[in-house]
Design a protein around this ligand. Structure first.
Ligand code: ATP
Ligand code: MG
Length: 429
């Protein structure tokens, strides 16, 4: 991709009202644009990164055996009345129609998935079942804040599981925890499993997945070794208390909730009469679980955890492009021609090898191009200049490293292949 042709460019100045690193850097680097408070437009670079996050989430949900669907965001008021949530969920957006009818703009999808599954699941032999979607959700949050961390329209993967027995539910619930941890690890994040009580949508015991960063809104009580983690809102313990398991002192850290999983019991299956006949001929309401991951929040959390004074530092697995290829202008026209032709050939070769670079071929200064490369934060920067070509080489610098080195032009593709296949870096702490 030629930078000059990219839709959405970097900005010299940061948005004046940015209250967090992701709000500042994603806008400045041309990944997103704020449409209004809590609502963002995703530009090509941001969308590519978001699609990478979604692909990781999708892969891990598919490995759990879950089925992907896409449910409507415009939801029936009748179903929200059935569950008695129309008047109790404070963040519910209610949309009036010119016909006098009203709709809900989905903040979650129990009211859609439960009656839908009831149309297909007739026997205990159809169970267990897990269904998920990755789609935009809408919540009338009182305070949208921290860029894409808390939006009014945001991306979320929501999965629902259906079981005949509590044991079967528990077995699936337990399998989702390592799957969730895989998602975060593959996104370059170190997430903690935290015991918590349910938010607005449930009353039961739940687990949250928290990434510890000062940008978060949640207070987590943790121990040094990480063997203990509870959301402080529910905990009977406080900072300075001892871990009941091993006596370690507990401290309070700030975290971002990047996911949570909870037991819905039979509340929704009873409301929509989702039941099957078991082996003994007895009719049983299904036990359900709900499993969320905020995909846009997850992307914002990656930025919070992976940045420095110069810009973002994308993990390879999520970066919109693997390589930032920079060709520097030369004064001498023949030299200039050689640099451009070499960079163009390298662009094509890397693309062919599966590593399409973002190629900054503008006439801008080296300083400007390097600043943009650092801001955008792709994992690897390659610079082609008349100076490097005099040595038959290209300048090589991973985003994390300070010093650049020279790599022979003929070996670049091989080096990039090796570099991109090295294990995921976990950059948060
Ligand atoms: P929070 O406590 O942060 O409001 P929640 O408990 O309301 O989250 P859920 O209803 O379980 O969250 O939603 C599942 C996931 O969706 C959350 O873990 C979070 O990652 C994400 N999420 C929830 N609300 C938002 C929001 N307003 N903007 C972005 N992501 C969100
Ligand atoms: Mg909430």
């Amino acid at each position: 991709m030629r930078y000059s042709q990219l839709f959405g460019k970097t900005n010299k100045s940061a948005p004046h009202d940015a209250d967090s690193a992701n709000a500042r850097l994603l806008v400045q680097a041309g990944f997103v644009r704020q449409e209004m408070a809590g609502v963002y437009a995703w530009l090509p670079l941001g969308l590519r990164a978001l699609r990478n996050v979604e692909a990781i989430v999708r892969d891990e949900m598919n490995k759990l055996g879950a089925h992907e669907v896409l449910l409507p965001a415009l939801q029936s008021k009748e179903h929200w009345d059935t569950t008695k949530r129309w008047d109790t969920v404070d963040v519910l957006f209610k949309v009036p129609s010119q016909t006098g009818k009203q709709y809900a703009l989905g903040p979650t999808a129990e009211e859609v998935i439960t009656p839908l599954v009831a149309q297909f699941v007739q026997s205990y032999k159809d169970l267990p079942l897990a269904v998920y979607q990755i789609s935009n959700k809408y919540r009338d949050e009182l305070r949208a804040k921290s860029g894409v961390l808390r939006g009014r329209e945001f991306g979320m993967k929501d999965m629902y599981s259906f079981h005949l027995t509590p044991e079967d539910f528990q077995a699936f619930y337990d399998r989702t925890i390592p799957a969730y941890l895989n998602v975060y690890r593959r996104c370059g994040l170190d997430a903690k499993v935290v015991e918590a009580s349910g938010g607005a949508f449930t009353t039961k015991h739940t687990h949250e997945f928290q990434v510890l960063t000062p940008a978060g809104e949640d207070k987590i009580l943790t121990s040094k070794t990480g063997s203990f983690a509870q959301n402080i809102e529910i905990s009977t313990l406080k900072a300075g208390d001892k871990n009941p398991d091993n006596g370690e002192e507990l401290e309070v850290m700030t975290g971002v909730e990047v996911g949570n999983i909870f037991d819905l019991g039979s509340r929704f299956s009873e409301a929509f009469n989702l039941a099957v006949t078991d082996e003994n001929g007895e009719r049983k309401h299904l036990i359900m679980g709900c499993y969320g991951i905020g995909t846009t929040r997850l992307l914002g959390t990656i930025v919070e955890a992976c940045n420095d004074a110069k810009g973002m530092m994308w993990p390879k697995s999520v970066a919109p492009y693997p390589v930032h290829l920079v060709s520097l202008s030369a004064k001498d026209p023949a030299e200039q021609e050689k640099v451009a032709a070499t960079a163009s050939a390298l662009h094509d070769e890397l693309t062919k090898a599966g590593f399409e670079p973002l190629w900054d071929e503008r006439g801008a200064s080296a300083g400007e191009k390097f600043a943009d490369a650092d801001l955008i934060g792709l994992p690897l920067r390659l610079v082609v200049s008349s100076k490097s070509l005099a040595q038959g080489s290209v300048e090589w610098k991973p985003r994390h490293e300070e010093e650049a080195k020279l790599v022979p032009l003929a070996e670049i593709v091989e080096h990039v292949t090796t570099f991109m296949n090295e294990p995921y870096e976990t950059t948060s702490h």
